[in-house]
Design a protein around this ligand. Sequence first.
Ligand code: GTP
Ligand code: MG
Length: 299
Amino acid sequence: MTRIEEFGWRGELEGGIGRVVSAHGDYYHLVCNEAAGEIIARKKKSLFTRMKSAAPENMRPMKTSFKLPIEEGSAASVVKPMTGDFVRFRYNAQGDSLITEVLPRFSKFERRDPAARRSAQVLAVNFDTLFIMTSLNEDFSLPRISRFLSLAEDMGEAECVLLLTKADLEGEGKAAGLEDLEETVGGRARILKISSLTGEGLEDVLPYVKPQRTVAFIGSSGVGKSTLLNVLAGEELVATQAIQEWSGKGRHTTTSRELIKLPSGALVVDTPGIREIGRIDEDDLFLAKGVSTHRWRVK
Ligand SMILES: Nc1nc2c(ncn2[C@@H]2O[C@H](COP(=O)(O)OP(=O)(O)OP(=O)(O)O)[C@@H](O)[C@H]2O)c(=O)[nH]1
Ligand SMILES: [Mg+2]
């Protein structure tokens, strides 16, 4: 299997296809079949992509509950590459390689921008499974879960799992409204309960972390996204941080999106936590922490 296939590519095998594993301003870390399997590439200035076609048939996951190809028929738009994207690039062994096209995304999770300055903010792309994660402590919120699930309805060709984290804390009875969870979810996602601390329920997660399949972790800061990633990796791959005692909420530990390959061969996108800003207007519920725009210096 070639490197790009290991990283989830299911399309035609041609040269110059890469997958973004992390973004650093206008520079992108790509895995690909060129060079030693990874390169740094720069984004072509004003990268225009006509997103009129759906992802090719062979790019789609085998099991799907959604039929609508996303972005079909939409007008030409500027698409900035992001972690998880498959891109076309022009390889240059001497200097900067150039990303020339962002390939159509077969799934994406986005929310309306709270300030409405942009039409939408994309949080994850090209995942086979979306893990919406929420912890079983005082931070548990049925309206938030409902909001996440309605955003996931338009996500394209992927399945959605609601992961209730910190099951070891459930006994403390701080997750108000837990008894109404099934009704709120209304069959829109499979519900799993796990504890990264005790290992409870982790066996139910394993079927989703399969070779060449991508899982995106989404959820508020401190719900244990990075902790789960480390447990699945079997080592301390990414930093995690203790929760703030007084609020039950975490303090953004993960600050950029990164695509990580697990020993199982699965690809995971760990995302920065989404911060809730209010409960008045459903559309304004979320404020995500921006992706780090730290620039890579390529010598
Ligand atoms: N009791 C308990 N604590 C957990 C569990 N999983 C994670 N934690 C703790 O929760 C805190 C936050 O975990 P992180 O994994 O950093 O949370 P995160 O979702 O990645 O947070 P951001 O990166 O800020 O979005 C850490 O102190 C973890 O040790 C769990 O299953 N049970
Ligand atoms: Mg994290």
